[in-house]
Design a protein around this ligand. Structure first.
Ligand SMILES: NC(=O)c1ccc[n+]([C@@H]2O[C@H](COP(=O)([O-])OP(=O)(O)OC[C@H]3O[C@@H](n4cnc5c(N)ncnc54)[C@H](OP(=O)(O)O)[C@@H]3O)[C@@H](O)[C@H]2O)c1
Length: 164
């Protein structure tokens, strides 16, 4: 594998989801996510896959992690475990881990890059969270802050970290 990168949008308190869905609709972040991941491989948990409105993400190799051997969905491949992943990935492949909480918890320790969108908003009814990570282990390599606008209701900052 060329690179293992984690992509996530976190609100305050590391919240990432509620009721099997995202916390808010931020079109600028969806565009950023598409720019980062297009042409590459995305790895996600089965619940995150189920939350995608149109199924497999286009122009990307979609790998869904599930313990259900009967799972199948158009445009996806399945991995039965985290341990099965390395054997599925070619040496020149860039892999983006795109959630959710269960998968972030298992794969963040292996990632060398973290593409984080910080959303400046609180969602007290959030039910899924990004793991707390030690910022001392990561070097910030890029950041871009944005104010809210007519399409994006909250301030947000794009950050990229490389593992030290
Ligand atoms: N803010 C963001 O950037 C962001 C990104 C992605 C997702 N989310 C949110 O996160 C929430 C979903 O997160 P989640 O933690 O509930 O679910 P998840 O991590 O997306 O998926 C969990 C599922 O993955 C499978 N799985 C997990 N570990 C496995 C292992 N070691 N081996 C085999 N299969 C494994 C299991 O599928 P089976 O049950 O099929 O066996 C499990 O039920 C949603 O609200 C979603 O909107 C937010």
């Amino acid at each position: 594998m060329k690179k293992l990168s984690v992509v996530v949008a976190v609100a305050r308190d590391n919240a990432i989801g509620r009721n099997s869905d995202l916390l808010c609709h931020l079109p600028a972040d969806l565009r950023h996510f598409k720019n980062l991941t297009s042409g590459h491989t995305v790895v996600m948990g089965r619940r995150t896959f189920d939350s995608l409105p149109k199924g497999a993400l286009p122009n990307r190799r979609n790998i869904v992690i599930t313990r259900n051997p009967a799972f199948s969905a158009p445009g996806t491949e399945t991995a039965a475990s985290i341990e099965a992943l390395p054997g599925m990935i070619a040496p020149d492949e860039t892999v983006f881990v795109i959630g959710g909480e269960q998968i972030y918890r298992q794969l963040l320790p292996l990632a060398t890059e973290l593409c984080l969108t910080r959303i400046e908003a609180s969602f007290p009814d959030a039910d899924t969270f990004f793991p707390v990570f030690d910022e001392n282990e990561w070097e910030e390599t890029w950041r871009e802050a944005h104010e809210p606008d007519e399409k994006n209701a909250y301030p947000y900052t794009f950050l990229i970290y490389r593992r030290k």
